[in-house]
Write a protein that binds this ligand. Structure first.
Ligand code: NAD
Length: 421
């Protein structure tokens, strides 16, 4: 039978497995399998050539039992409603695992940002907010950046919302530039959080990060900072990195500044000189200590999971590992750390931004990192403790399922307390 690659079906199957392991009430389970609200709309945008083009867009709010929903907006030519539904439900689990007072949401627009100029992107971003503004707000649903959306896009969106509302509303969206009250530390908070998880995982598995080799798939916001931080914080050696055009590999270690230069000047990491060229598939199968998928979903599947040789698999992207791959990996020695733990630094940073916007009092970067470390380290320890507790009672569960049981339990208890079932 062909492997299920629909991210929403994957997300539902992950929930089903957690529900089975924890004996979740069937009514709670049914509520949590489906999103609370799904919005689908079309945005007319006047393009540079004077013609109007229509863009299809989505916003999915999965569950708000624990607070206003929160989640990024993705601009992608292959965006689908099911991807957004999956990402929205993963956000519910992510914020619950970090114990933030939020629920999960996600948004997306089918578009190719590489073929659009700033004028068109601004029109599209503002159009998205005009279509959506009644359904979002600092205490309703708070968007943020995701793949191919930037702080500048967040600033346009905040501005458009403020115009519609009739007053400045900085707390409606996070991931903004500092000039319009973004937070210190937000731009690298996703990767920084992942590094704190990696530090704890290495301690747990007795891996010396100073001597570790690292391969990273993706050189966007998450992958770029993962590269610089793993070197800066631990002295690890990044031997491979990729973008959507392909990968580069050097056993002696890649030079961060030169990778950045290749990407900025020529738009692709393969413009880096002196390294071997690999495909993205080959990068994933390298014999390294730490593998960091930091691009898109469905990268490690039933087809290649058996070839993964890394000791630690740090899921920085959302949904990089399919359920078939999960089963194969759990039979191997790979220490697989699930996405909604590893990349929760992004939404934790966003939470701090929102708190600062709502109070009008702004923190220094040190404060942001210290609090981020505190929250995400606790999440890691909670997951390991849950996994060990299941093991003691004779149930062998993956770190992903252990993490799910914590998150699902918190949301189910909130729904119960509110009388939803
Ligand atoms: P981004 O748009 O900044 O970068 C994406 C990178 O992935 C680019 O380098 C692109 O070239 C590369 N890429 C795209 N398709 C690829 C492919 N098939 N193979 C290899 N590389 C490919 O996006 P980002 O913000 O870095 O997000 C990356 C992942 O991290 C996504 O799954 C996103 O949901 C997740 N994430 C990001 C944040 C954040 O704060 N940025 C937070 C949580 C999760």
């Amino acid at each position: 039978m062909a492997e299920e690659l629909n991210p929403f079906k994957i997300a539902q199957a992950q929930l089903d497995e957690a529900a089975r392991v924890m004996g979740l009430d069937e009514q709670a389970h049914q509520i949590l399998r489906e999103p609370m609200r799904t919005l689908e709309f079309n945005i007319p945008v006047r393009m540079r050539d004077g013609k109007t083009r229509l863009f299809r867009a989505f916003r999915v709010q999965h569950n708000d039992a624990r607070g206003p929903t929160k989640g990024g907006i993705r601009f992608h030519p292959k965006e689908t409603l099911d991807t957004v539904r999956a990402l929205a439900s993963w956000m519910t689990w992510k914020v619950a695992l970090a114990d933030l007072p939020y629920g999960g949401a996600k948004g997306g627009i089918i578009c190719d940002t590489k073929r659009m100029n700033d004028y068109e992107l601004e029109g599209l971003s503002r159009g998205y907010i005009r279509a959506l503004w009644r359904f979002i707000g600092p205490s309703i649903d708070i968007p943020a950046p995701d793949v191919y959306t930037t702080p500048q896009i967040m600033a346009w969106m905040m501005d458009e919302y403020s115009k519609m509302a009739g007053h400045n509303e900085f707390g409606v969206i996070t991931g903004k530039p500092l000039e319009v009250w973004g937070s210190q530390g937000r731009n690298d908070s996703t990767a920084m959080g992942a590094m704190y998880v990696l530090r704890e995982a290495a301690k747990y598995r007795r891996l010396n990060l100073k001597r570790a080799t690292v391969a990273i798939q993706g050189f966007g916001n998450a992958g770029n900072f993962a590269f610089s931080l793993s070197r800066k914080l631990f002295g690890s050696k990044v031997v491979a990195i990729s973008d959507s055009n392909g990968a580069i590999y050097d056993n002696g270690g890649l030079d961060y500044d030169r990778v950045l230069e290749a990407k900025e000047k020529y738009g692709r990491v393969q413009a880096y000189r002196g390294a071997e060229r690999l495909t993205n598939e080959q990068l994933l199968e390298l014999n390294v200590d730490v593998l960091i998928p930091a691009a898109i979903e469905d990268q490690i599947t039933g087809k290649n999971a058996d070839n993964i040789r890394a000791k630690i698999l740090l899921e920085l992207a959302n949904g990089p590992v399919t359920n078939d791959a999960d089963k194969i990996l759990s039979g191997k020695k790979v220490f697989d750390l699930p996405d909604f733990l590893v990349n929760s630094g992004g939404v934790i940073g966003s939470y701090f931004e929102w708190l600062q916007n709502n109070s009008g009092y702004y923190w220094k970067a040190d404060e942001v990192y210290r609090r981020l470390d505190e929250i995400i380290t606790k999440s890691f320890r909670d997951v390991i403790a849950a996994q060990e507790a299941y093991a003691k009672s004779g149930k062998r569960v993956s770190t992903r399922t252990a993490a799910y049981t914590i998150a699902v339990d918190r949301v189910a208890k909130a729904m119960k307390a509110r009388g939803w079932y």
